[in-house]
Design a protein around this ligand. Sequence first.
Ligand code: ADP
Ligand code: GN1
Ligand code: MG
Length: 356
Amino acid sequence: MKSDLNHVLRQFNIGVDTNPYGSGHINATYLVDCAPQTILQKINTSIFKDPSDVMDNIAAVTEHLRKKIIAAGGDPMRETLTLVPTVDGKPFYVDPDGNAYRMYYFIQGARTYDQAESPEMFAASAHAFGKFQRMLSDFPAHVLHEVIPNFHNTSDRLRQFREAVEKDVMGRAASVQPEIEFVLSRADVVSRITDAIADGSVPLRVTHNDTKLNNVMLDDVTHEGVCVIDLDTVMPGSMLYDFGDSLRFGASTGAEDETDLSKIEFDLTYFEAFTKAFIEEVGADMTARERELLAFSALLMTLECGMRFLGDYLNGDTYFRIHREHHNLDRCRTQFKLVADMEKKMDQMNAIVAKY
Ligand code: ADP
Ligand code: GN1
Ligand code: MG
C-alpha cells in the first residue's frame, strides 16, 4: 500500500514515496526508501496534544544520549535515534491541517521483535533498557514536559476505567462483566507503587515508560541491544514501570492479542533472564523498596495495561489502534490471564529477584 505523503516528504527534502512500517499502536510509521533510508512518523496528536512538547523532550534526550555515546566511543547513528530536520531546520513539520510529522534516520542492521526468540534475546533487551536508564541518570529531569500526565499512575488509570464502565458509551459493559470484575476486585493493589513514590522509598528517575520489546532494536547478527526507540513517553517515572512493562510484554508465552488463552502464560525462565540482566545494569542504584516491588511491578503494569485495553474497548476503541473487531477486548484478556498466572507465581518470582 503506497501512502500519499509527498507533500510531507518535500518538507524533509525527500522526493520518493513511502510504505507503512512497524506494529506500534499509537503513531503511524512509514519507511522512506531514499538514501539514506529514513523513518517518517505521523505523531498521534489526539494522544499527544502538544507535539512540540513531545519533540522538545525527544530532542533533549537524544542530544544527551548522543554525547554519552560519543564519549564512550560508540556509534551515535546506531545507538540513539537521530532526528532529520525539516528544510526549515525544524525538528518536525506541522501541515496546514495540524497533522504533525517527524523523521528519523533508519537504524541499519538491526530490527525490533514482537516476541523474543529466546531468554538470551529477552535479556539483551533488559541490558538495553537498563543502560538507557543509566545513561539518563544525570539528565536534568526538570526540563522534561509531562506529555501524558499520570501515565503510569495506576490509581488514576483505575479511576478512568471506572468512568468508562459507568458511561458505557458503546453499551458493551454488560457483555464483559467478568473482565470488569477482574479489575475491580484488584483495586486494593493499584496504589502500591505510587504510595512508595509518595513516601520517598521509590525515587523518581528519568524513565522510558513504554519498554515493550518492539521498542528496542536488536542487532541482526549478534542479537545484542543496539538502540532504544519510541521515546514519546520519556518522562520522570519509576524504574519499576520500565521493568514491569517489559515483562508484561516479553515474558508472555503468546502475543499480546492472542485469542487462544491456553497459549498465554507468564514464563519464569524469561522472567529470570530479564531480571538478572536488568539488575546487572541498574541493581547498584536500586533502593531496598524498589527491589521489594520488582516482581510485583510486572503484575501491576500488566493489570494497568489490561484495564487500559478494556477501558478503550468500552470507550469505543479511541486510543489504541485496532485491526479487527474486539481487538482491545482480546488484548485485555491476555493481560488478565498473565496477571492471574503471576498471582500464582509471585513467591517464585520474588525468590528469583532475591537470587540476584
Ligand atoms: P509507535 O509509537 O507507534 O509504537 P515506534 O516509534 O515504536 O512507533 O515505531 C514503530 C516501529 O518502527 C518500531 O517498532 C521499529 O520497528 C520501527 N522504527 C522506528 N524508528 C526506527 C528507526 N529510527 N530505525 C529503524 N526502525 C525504526
Ligand atoms: C502503546 O506506542 P506503543 O505501541 O509502543 C502505549 C503503551 C502500551 C502499549 C501496549 C503512548 O505503546 O503505553 O503499554 O501500547 N503507548 C502509549 O502494547 O500509550
Ligand atoms: Mg513502539
